[in-house]
Design a protein around this ligand. Structure first.
Ligand SMILES: C[S@@+](CC[C@H](N)C(=O)[O-])C[C@H]1O[C@@H](n2cnc3c(N)ncnc32)[C@H](O)[C@@H]1O
Length: 390
């Protein structure tokens, strides 16, 4: 008789956990823990075994649920109820590092009824966010400690106060507007700061590291070239590129209000090669550059607007000009570990709710010179030579 699936999964988990343990021990690293002082990342060389454990444990978990619980995952939408309260009242910031405080003190500081505070936080604790080391006392776990950083707390606020309502109703309906997310959020200083902090958190995730772009595309081979970083925000990618490749002259284009602040942040030693320019990417491109680089731009727009953004480049395209797009490349189903695919598909739905856009596969209507998918990177690098979109 063939081995049952649950035994197969148990064997995968056993073998892969041993592999992880051996790598961690060889590097003098502790076993993963929820402790507030546990390290927040893992060495790259455990990633294959980690994928295997995460997929096998989640399959085993799901196999042992009955269908209604599997479908609804314990009223999963309520996860966002407690996360929203944690972020809105900055509860993680109330708990001293290494210390603990009573539920009542949290309720008082947050202006919440104590019973509600207990219920919200005990639900969060089932997700390993906060713990109750002694009855009635709240302390940090690794996850809640992360949220004690105000920038991280803003990231969670954006997730629960901007993205979650938009996921239910769409951004326009949840804000009762026909304006874009940029103008609505930009018109409220509090929301704008929160949103910009959340974007910084996304940008600092290891799988969005600028090194993937630097290490996986041969910028040095381009010779002395003019690059335009379209929608380049604070110039964080442009400065990293310019620091590494002396052959690059980079103009960062973004909206006027972004550029006005960002242009003061260029390091002294790069000022000769990195500059800023206010430019609306729907208007004709004024610079006849050698390379037009768009990172994390097109996924914010539906096809209709992406075509306009690309079309605005046409008058500036000289022979040999390159368009380099760095975006998520959606995998075909089952081609990557399921836990990663689930995250990507959730992000894709998020883009639909917020921007009426999507995470794309590499569209064959482009003439694509290459698609590079660096190991460990969330973003693929797509080099387009010519575009035949209508
Ligand atoms: C998701 S961010 C990507 C930022 C950066 N490229 C990166 O990879 O971190 C999108 C950027 O597009 C800019 N943007 C939005 N609409 C724009 C427009 N019409 N013209 C120029 N930039 C725009 C935003 O200000 C923002 O900096």
């Amino acid at each position: 008789m063939s081995q049952s699936r649950i035994l197969q999964l148990a064997a995968i988990i056993n073998k892969s956990v041993i592999a992880i343990h051996e790598i961690l021990s060889a590097n003098n690293l502790n076993s993963p823990s929820f402790d507030e002082y546990a390290p927040a990342s893992f060495p790259e060389d455990i990633s294959g075994a980690r994928d295997a454990v995460l997929d096998a444990t989640s399959e085993l978990y799901d196999l042992l649920l009955e269908p209604l619980t599997l479908i609804y995952k314990h009223h999963g939408h309520n996860n966002s109820v407690c996360l929203q309260a944690i972020a809105r009242f900055n509860i993680a910031g109330m708990i001293p590092p290494g210390g603990q405080i009573p539920f009542g003190e949290i309720a008082e500081k947050a202006g919440l009824n104590e019973q509600i505070a207990v219920r919200l936080l005990r639900h969060a604790m089932t997700m390993r966010i906060f713990c109750e080391p002694h009855p009635g006392m709240v302390a940090h776990t690794q996850a809640s400690k992360t949220l004690a950083n105000p920038i991280m707390n803003d990231w969670l606020r954006v997730g629960t106060e901007e993205m979650w309502p938009a996921a239910v109703a769409g951004f326009s309906l949840s804000n009762d507007t026909t304006e874009s997310i940029y103008s609505i959020i930009g018109s409220s200083p509090e929301r704008a700061v929160c949103f910009s902090n959340a974007m910084k958190v996304f940008a600092t995730r290891p799988d969005y590291d600028p090194s993937f772009l630097i290490e996986n595309y041969d910028w040095g081979a381009l010779g002395k070239v003019q690059v335009v970083d379209i929608g380049g925000a604070q110039g964080h990618i442009a400065t990293e590129l310019a620091r590494r490749f002396e052959n690059l002259q980079i103009v960062v284009q973004d909206m006027d209000e972004v550029v006005r602040i960002a242009k003061h942040g260029v390091p002294e030693e790069l000022k000769q090669r990195v500059c800023f320019m206010a430019h609306d990417f729907f208007s004709p491109q004024p610079i006849k550059a050698d390379v037009f680089y768009l990172r994390w731009i097109l996924h914010n727009w539906s096809d209709k607007y992406c075509i306009l953004i690309l079309r605005a480049l046409i008058s500036a395209l000289k022979p040999g000009a390159r368009i380099i797009i760095q975006e998520v490349c959606m995998p075909s189903p089952g081609s990557i570990p399921l836990w990663k695919e689930r995250n990507l598909r959730a992000e894709d739905l998020n883009m639909g709710a917020i921007f009426n856009s999507l995470e794309r596969t590499a569209d064959l209507r482009f003439v694509i010179k290459s698609v590079i998918e660096p190991k460990g990177s969330a973003l693929g690098i797509i080099e387009v030579l010519w575009c035949t979109l209508d």
